[in-house]
Design a protein around this ligand. Sequence first.
Ligand code: NDP
Length: 456
Amino acid sequence: MSRIATTEKTQEYLERYINGVKKRNPGETEFHQAVYEVAQSIFPYIADKPHYHEQQIMERLAEPDRVISFRVCWADDNGNIRVNRGYRVQNNNAIGPYKGGIRFHPSVTQSVLKFLAFEQTFKNSLTGLPMGGGKGGADFNPKGKSDSEVMRFCQSFITELYRHIGEDTDIPAGDIGVGAREIGYMFGQYKRITNRFVGVLTGKGLEFGGSLIRTEATGYGTVYMLENMMQHAGNSVDGKTVAISGSGNVATYAAEKVIQLGGKVVTLSDSSGFVYDSEGIDTEKLAYVIDLKTVKRGRISVAAEEFPSMEFHEGKRPWAASVDVVLPCATQNEISTDDATKLLSNGLIAVSEGANMPTEIDAIKAFQAAGVLYAPSKAANAGGVAVSGLEMSQNSARISWSEDELQKLLSSTMKDIHDKCVQYGQGENGKVDYLAGANVAGFAKVADAMMAYGVV
Ligand code: NDP
């Protein structure tokens, strides 16, 4: 029996708690889903720890410290005035300053950012570094915008956000739609307004305080987590066939690491569809895709026009492929229960989540019931924020660490995260529930810090 088994009474508390969260946050379905996913591991864990209940720790964790929402006005290239909505959700700073990315995508809402900030709190705790959880963004679509439009948007966004962030307060980074270009524009505007050169953003260019391997860290870390899980189960990535979704920062560097470890990547995707390559996407094809997506800002279908072995499947996700491993690296809720059933019938053995909350709750349950090795995003994609934490340290000390040192730190951090999941998630039958392990390990540190502060 798992050490964190659910009793009827615990289930009752859990349902009451979730109903309360739904009532206080109407219509915020992504936020409800994220809180439920965590709470179903935490309630069994705290069943015999009444102090957490008495101090309402779970209720306090599901109420962000603050949610800042603001207007972002900017002028497009034709002189039209455009209005977007910007946000920063500062969820919890019990163990360090708020830290988490900024997302620019039309699907951004308060619910999406609250779910991401909530998840980030546990993820940052898991890294072992002193970072609280936050997340921000705007419903701005950078696709099809000129560089000047993106620059004006970023400048307007930071002109409001700058007063809420700081190197010891809240340190944003990139996320969907926010890469090196956007971070550069935002850092430039922050410096201009405040006249301070400080580590207020991570993911910066190497010329102005960025860290080596930050770009690669999330994707590499996702595959390190996979390899650690496989090795723990007496297996390895070598020789496995892997389906990856997305073709952005996380997806492409996850693909690079799979190739380095001897795996065969057969898919990549974007919001228009996916490419399947029966011969495998090798380093040459991957370099083409990275240039296509980051420099030319083109669509993934163009890669299929370039390489005869690639087929483009319009409007579809890559989960019908027959593969050993799946790395969802695009967005939330991209693997449904039907997708999970199909993947399982095709012989899936492992999932490591590069994207945040990419798997629906029932699909996770299906994976776990089938004995698939399943690494949840808060563990599997923590490598990015871990290296961001190292960027903060380098900025504070005004030094730069070598690539070799940082590679070692990333790999050892992912091993530590894996081992924490095993410590908290291993049942008496030896099977590891990585979801419960990650949730409980992330929770324990934050909750104990909150207890130490009293009622604040
Ligand atoms: P990018 O913007 O670099 O890439 C996102 C990729 O996902 C693109 O290929 C994009 O396609 C695709 N995508 C986005 N939204 C959708 C959608 N609704 N449906 C289908 N495809 C979609 O983002 P990142 O690689 O940085 O982020 C990907 C995921 O990883 C996110 O969940 C993010 O929160 C998570 N993450 C990122 C970290 C980082 O360091 N960057 C750290 C930890 C987690 P298209 O080009 O068509 O938009």
